[in-house]
Each structure stands twice: as C-alpha cells, then as structure tokens.
Design a protein around this ligand. Sequence first.
Ligand SMILES: Nc1ncnc2c1ncn2[C@@H]1O[C@H](COP(=O)(O)OP(=O)(O)OP(=O)(O)O)[C@@H](O)[C@H]1O
Ligand SMILES: [Mg+2]
Length: 272
Amino acid sequence: MFNIFGNNPSSADGQDNSSHKTPNKLNQQDNDLLIELKGIQKEFKTDAGPFLALKGIDLKINSGEFVGVIGKSGSGKSTMINMITGIDRPTAGEVWVNGTPIHKFSENKMAKWRGTNMGVVFQFFQLLPTLTVIENVMLPMDFGNKYSPRERREKAMDILALMDVDSQADKLPTMISGGQQQRVAIARALANDPPIIVADEPTGNLDSKTAAQVFDLFQKLVEQGKTFLMVTHDDDLAGQLSRVITITDGLLDHEDNQPSQPILPAQLEEVS
Ligand SMILES: Nc1ncnc2c1ncn2[C@@H]1O[C@H](COP(=O)(O)OP(=O)(O)OP(=O)(O)O)[C@@H](O)[C@H]1O
Ligand SMILES: [Mg+2]
C-alpha cells in the first residue's frame, strides 16, 4: 500500500525574519513555530452593515502539533481556518507559515503554495460535482507535480482504500452518501502528502466508529510529523488532543495562544 505516512524528504525554508528563523538558529520555541496568526481581524459586509467575525486573533502553532479548535456555531472557527489556508483574506493582521507571510501571496501563488504544503478538508466537502470521486482526489496531484501522471491513479486508489471508499471511485460525488463524501474530501486533502493538514469538522458526518477510525489515522499522520489543525464538535475526540483552543465570538481564549509542545521540523516546499 502507498505509504501516506512516509516522511517527505524535501524541505524548504521560508523567508527569514526576526521572529521566524530557520531551524537550529534560535531557541527551541522559535525553531518549531510553524503557523502564526498576528492580530487577525475579518470583517464581512452584510446587508445589515459590517460584521466583525474575527476580532483580533493571535495564535502560534508549532510543527508537529495536533490542535483542536472548538467553539459554538457562528463563533468564527471556519473563518479562522480560512485565514490559515489562505482560502480567505484577513481584513487586518498577518498570517505566517514556516516564516512566510502568506497573506501577501497573490491568488495564484497562494493556490500553488497550498496545493503543495497544505491539505484542506472543507466543512461542506467542496468536491467538484462533475468529476468522479477518484478524479477529485487526483486533481491536487495534477496541480502538484509530486507524482508522475502514471502514478496518480494508483496513489489516489490507495488513499481512497485507506479511507475505505475505494469502491466508490468511479461514482460522481452526488451518488454517494454524506459520510462517504466526507471521507473522499479527506482523501483529497491527503493526496499530495502535505506536511500541514487543516480540517473543518472532518468527522462531522461520520458515525462514531468510523469517526474513531479516521481520528486514529489523523493521529498516525501526526506521529509521522504532520501538523494537524482540526475543528470539531466532538467532545470525545477533542478530549484526546493535547491542545484544544476555544474561540468565542471571534476571539480566542487568552491562554490558548501558545504552542503546547515543539516536536518535529517542518517539511514545507517553496513555490516560485
Ligand atoms: N461570507 C460571510 N458573510 C457574512 N457573514 C459571514 C460570512 N461568513 C461567515 N459569516 C459570519 O461570521 C460568523 C462566524 O462564522 P463561521 O462560519 O466562522 O462560524 P463557525 O464557528 O465555523 O460555525 P459552525 O460551527 O456553524 O460551522 C457567523 O456569525 C457568520 O454568520
Ligand atoms: Mg464552521
């Protein structure tokens, strides 16, 4: 079987700046800092006027952490996640990943960078409806250039098998159940074997046994050196994490800002 757990030998350093040094140059905490949100605000324009969904988020996540994000519906979890993945832009503040200010990226560069370095599981899956399940999983591979065109179908099948949805490979997303779609969305996020995985309620549509199996897989990915950020409403799963951050009305609880433990160096790739 395709070794989704294998460490990626390639690595790249981001741009240097005083608080984001490359490994082995600074103290332990700064060495391992991978994701940093600084003063993030997000204002949405609504018919009723501007609405401040994020009110100044400061957050540090170290490489190798498995971080849970909890909070009531509407508190800003997805909005915050979208800042980290670059799916949406902050109104104010900065997003640094591996020493790189990704909030400054153009749309094009952002998409390319994300495709290589981040796997994203969307709350509402966002599978492309006109592509089959396996084509959805192969799509990031087509953009990523990590695998040769010959390898892609086989890799995609292996990841679908890992998620136990390989039998659905040739169906369109609308033809499979919500839980199956969710597992396909996870498979797509793993397609390029990214060092960072950001998942918004990735087990929200799964029964408890399947959710536990998927969570086990996530833990194995973290043990292999991935950094994982997961929004969840599942108290059982959140209870198994060493770090859980709580967002309330667009703000993080104060003590949630700092990393829990430094573990492994990041393995990100640069894009030109
Ligand atoms: N595009 C948008 N335009 C206007 N308001 C928005 C937009 N997206 C989100 N919001 C508002 O921002 C707030 C935070 O939304 P968000 O989706 O981040 O919540 P959430 O914590 O992910 O909730 P849930 O648990 O229901 O997924 C909500 O009040 C929401 O209505
Ligand atoms: Mg949400």
